[in-house]
Design a protein around this ligand. Structure first.
Ligand code: SF4
Length: 679
C-alpha cells in the first residue's frame, strides 16, 4: 500500500478487563485513531477509554531509552550498559544474601507471554518465588475464596449470558464506570425486565436504575449475605438436591447463619429487614441469578470471607454451574486474569499449579532446564515492600506503580528508598520509577504481539500495529535479554512460541495457540487443540469436586470513625481514567473529559464543614494527608466520603490503611477513618 494509506490492525483494549477489541488506525507508522470492529466480547461497542484513550502511545513523555541513575539524576544509557549493571547488582545481591533477597513485581498490564517470562525469570533464573503483582490489591480474596469453595477463582459465566439472567445482583462494583461496556449490558438487561439489585454504600448509576439499592454500611457484606441465606433456609427455599449432591459442610454453615435474622442484619448493615427478605426470596426463586462483584467485596480485612459468603449463597440455591447463573468477579485491569493464570504469584506456576507440590516443581524444572526450583512460598506485594532494606535488598518492578496504587503510600516511598537496587520497567517515568537505579523502556500494547485474558477467561490476541517507540522494546524481549545476560539462555522467535510453551505446561491453556486465536478468541479451560473452550464453569461438578460451604461471621473493618477522625474514606475508580493515570492522563482526550479529581461529600456533611462545591479541603488519616476540591453529591451518605486513586496530584493512598486480610493479604482500601478541614 501507499505510505499515506490508513492501515487497520485489530487488537485488544489495554484498559479494563472487559477485553473489548477494536481497530487501531495506523498512518505513516503512527496510531491516529481507534474504530470499532466486530469484537468477540463487545461487538462494536466501546467505552470512552477504548475509543479516545490511545494518545499516550505517541506522547512525548514515553521512555525511549534505558536510564541509569548517577549522583541522583537519570542519564541515558545503552541497553548493554543498563543490562550489564542489572546483572552485576542482582548477581551480587544473590551471591551475598541469596535469591530470596530479591523480589519481582509482574504486571496485569502486560501480555500473558510477558507475565509467563517474568515468572520464569524469578523462579528458573534468579531462583526465588518472590513474585507477585497488583492482583494482590484487587482479586486476591477472589482467587483464595472461590478457589477454596469451588476449585477455581475465575468468573463462572460470560458476558454473553447476561441477557439470560432474570435476577442480577451486583455488589461493590460501580460497573458502568469501571467496566463500562459490561455495565451497559447489565443496564440493558435491567431495562428488558431482569430484576437488578445493587449492594453499594454509594448511589452509583446502576444503583439509581436498580429495583433494590441496598445502601449498605461499608464493610458489612458478610452480615448481609448471611442474612439472605438465613431467610432462604427459614423459608425452605434452599435447593436441597443441589446442596446434598454437589456440596459439603452445609450443616456448619446453616448453624452459623441461624443468628443472622433480617432484624439482626438490619442492625449491622443499615438495610431494612423487609428489604433483605424480599431480595432473598427474589434470588432464591429466580430462574437464573447472576452475581457480579469487584473491589467493594474484596478490599477489606475480611475480603476472603466476603467472597466465601457470596459463594455460599450461590450453592444454597443451586444458582451456579449453569448458563446465566453463577458468580462473576469482574477483573479490573486488562490482563489481571492472565497475569494470575501465568503464575505471576508467589505460590503457583501457570494455571494455578502449586509450587508446594513436588511433582509440579519437577515438571517445571525439567521444562525450564534447571536442576531444581525453589520450594519456599514467596512474599506478596505488601510483604515485599515491608521487607525492603531488611530481607529484601533488590527489586525488579515491571509495569506497576505502587507509590500511587498501594496503601499507606508515604511508607511505600520510604521502603523503596531502603533498597540497594531497584529496576523499573515501564513506558513512562512513573512516580515509582523515580526511585529506580535503572529504568528500562518497555513497548506499549500497540507495539507488540501477544495475548490478554479478559475477565471472563477469553484469551485474545494483541497485535503489533507500529514499531516500538524510540529505543524501547517489548517487555518479553527485555526479559529474554536480562535472563540471557544472567547466564540463562532465553530466546523466542515470537510471542506465539512463548504461548506454545505455556500451553505445553498448563492444562487449562493446553489447546490455545496463536494459530487458533487468529480465527477467534478462546475461553479457558481449553484442554486440547480441538477443545472448543468453556463458556461457563462447574457444570455437573465443581472444579474441586464438591462445592465447599464456609461458615463465616461478620468482621468489622480494621479502622472505624471516632471523634478525632469522624468520616469513612472509601476509594475507587473513574470512568475516564485507568489505574494510576500514567496512560489516561496523557491521551490529550480523557483529561479533557475529566480534568481534576475531587472528594465526594454529602450535602449535610458539606454544611457541617462549611464548604461549597469546589472548595479545597485537607483530608487526613493517621498515616498522611492530601488536599482536594470538594464535590457535593448524593452519591455518598453522611459520614462517607469518596475519591479515586487515579490522580497523582491527589495521592489518596497516602491516607489508606495497610491492614490486611490474613488469608489473601489484600489491604483494607475501602474503609479508613479520616478528618476533613477547609483549607
Ligand atoms: Fe476498553 Fe474496558 Fe472500555 Fe472495553 S469497556 S473499551 S475493554 S476500557
Amino acid at each position: 500500500g501507499r505510505r499515506w494509506e490508513v492501515k487497520k490492525v485489530t487488537t485488544t483494549c489495554p484498559y479494563c478487563g472487559v477485553g473489548c477489541q477494536f481497530d487501531l488506525n495506523v498512518k505513516n507508522g503512527k496510531v491516529i485513531g481507534v474504530t470499532s470492529t466486530d469484537g468477540e466480547v463487545n461487538g462494536r461497542a466501546l467505552c470512552v477509554k477504548g475509543r479516545f484513550g490511545y494518545g499516550f502511545i505517541h506522547h512525548p513523555d514515553r521512555l525511549t531509552t534505558p536510564l541509569i541513575k548517577k549522583d541522583g539524576k537519570f542519564v541515558e544509557a545503552t541497553w548493554d550498559e543498563a543490562v550489564d549493571l542489572i546483572v552485576k547488582k542482582i548477581g551480587s545481591i544473590k551471591e551475598k544474601c541469596g535469591p530470596d533477597a530479591l523480589g519481582l513485581l509482574s504486571s496485569a498490564r502486560v501480555t500473558n507471554e510477558e507475565n509467563y517470562l517474568m515468572n520464569k525469570l524469578a523462579r528458573a533464573v534468579i531462583g526465588t518465588n518472590n513474585i507477585d503483582h497488583c492482583a494482590r490489591l484487587c482479586h486476591a480474596p477472589t482467587v483464595a475464596g472461590m478457589a477454596t469453595a469451588y476449585g477455581s477463582g475465575a468468573m463462572t459465566n460470560s458476558f454473553a449470558e447476561i441477557p439470560g439472567a432474570d435476577f442480577i445482583l451486583i455488589s461493590g462494583t460501580n460497573t458502568t464506570d469501571t467496566h463500562p461496556v459490561a455495565g451497559a449490558m447489565i443496564k440493558q438487561a435491567a431495562r428488558n425486565g431482569s430484576t437488578l439489585v445493587v449492594v453499594d454504600p454509594r448511589k452509583t448509576e446502576l444503583a439509581k436504575l436498580a429495583k433494590y439499592h441496598l445502601q449498605i454500611k461499608s464493610g458489612t457484606d458478610i452480615a448481609l449475605f448471611n442474612g439472605l441465606a438465613n431467610v432462604i433456609i427459614a423459608e425452605g427455599l434452599c435447593d436441597k438436591e443441589f446442596v446434598n449432591n454437589r456440596t459439603e459442610d452445609f450443616e456448619a454453615f446453616k448453624a452459623t447463619v441461624a443468628k443472622y435474622t433480617p432484624e439482626y442484619v438490619e442492625g449491622i448493615t443499615g438495610i431494612r429487614a423487609e428489604t433483605i427478605r424480599e431480595v432473598a426470596l427474589g434470588y432464591a426463586k429466580a430462574k437464573n441469578a447472576s452475581i457480579f462483584f469487584t473491589m467493594g467485596i474484596t478490599q477489606h480485612i475480611c475480603g476472603t470471607h466476603n467472597v466465601f459468603s457470596i459463594a455460599n449463597l450461590c450453592m444454597l440455591c443451586g444458582q451456579i454451574g449453569k448458563e446465566s447463573s453463577g458468580v462473576n468477579p469482574l477483573r479490573g485491569q486488562n490482563n489481571v486474569q492472565g497475569s494470575c493464570d501465568m503464575g505471576a504469584l508467589p505460590v503457583v506456576y501457570t494455571g494455578y499449579q502449586s509450587i508446594t507440590v513436588e511433582e509440579n516443581r519437577k515438571k517445571f524444572a525439567a521444562a525450564w532446564n534447571v536442576q531444581e526450583l525453589p520450594a519456599k512460598i514467596g512474599l506478596t506485594v505488601g510483604e515485599l515492600l515491608g521487607e525492603c532494606g531488611k530481607s529484601i535488598k533488590g527489586m525488579y518492578i515491571m509495569g506497576e506503580n505502587p507509590v500511587i496504587s498501594d496503601p499507606d503510600a508515604n511508607q511505600v516511598m520510604h521502603e523503596l528508598k531502603k533498597l540497594d537496587f531497584l529496576v523499573v520497567q515501564d513506558i513512562f517515568l512513573t512516580e515509582t520509577a523515580q526511585f529506580a537505579d535503572v529504568v528500562l523502556p518497555g513497548a506499549s500494547f500497540a507495539e507488540k504481539d501477544g495475548t490478554f485474558t479478559n475477565t471472563e477467561r477469553h484469551v485474545q490476541l494483541v497485535r503489533k500495529a507500529i514499531e516500538p517507540i524510540g529505543n524501547s522494546k517489548p517487555d518479553w524481549e527485555i526479559i529474554c535479554m536480562v535472563a540471557t545476560a544472567m547466564g540463562y539462555p532465553m530466546s523466542y522467535g515470537s510471542a506465539a512460541e512463548i504461548m506454545d510453551e505455556v500451553a505445553s505446561l498448563t492444562p487449562s491453556y493446553a489447546g490455545i495457540s496463536f494459530a487458533r486465536l487468529e480465527k477467534g478468541s478462546l475461553q479457558w479451560p481449553c484442554l486440547s487443540a480441538d477443545h472448543p473452550g468453556t463458556k461457563f464453569l462447574h457444570s455437573g461438578k465443581f472444579a474441586r469436586g464438591l462445592g465447599k460451604f464456609h461458615a463465616v461471621e461478620h468482621i468489622p473493618p480494621d479502622e472505624l470513625p471516632d471523634n478525632e477522625y469522624p468520616f469513612i474514606l472509601s476509594t475507587g475508580r473513574r470512568r475516564y481514567h485507568y489505574h494510576t493515570g500514567t496512560m489516561t492522563q496523557r491521551t490529550g482526550a480523557l483529561e479533557v473529559f475529566y480534568p481534576t479529581e475531587y472528594l465526594e461529600v454529602s450535602c449535610p456533611d458539606a454544611e457541617k464543614l462549611g464548604v461549597c462545591d469546589g472548595d479545597r479541603v485537607r483530608v487526613a488519616s493517621r498515616r498522611g494527608q492530601v488536599e482536594v476540591a470538594v464535590k457535593i453529591t448524593d452519591t455518598v451518605v453522611p459520614g462517607l466520603v469518596f475519591t479515586s486513586f487515579q490522580y497523582p496530584d491527589v495521592p489518596i493512598n497516602r491516607l489508606t490503611n495497610p491492614a490486611r486480610d490474613p488469608i489473601s493479604k489484600i489491604p483494607d482500601l475501602k474503609v479508613c477513618a479520616v478528618k476533613i478541614d477547609k483549607v
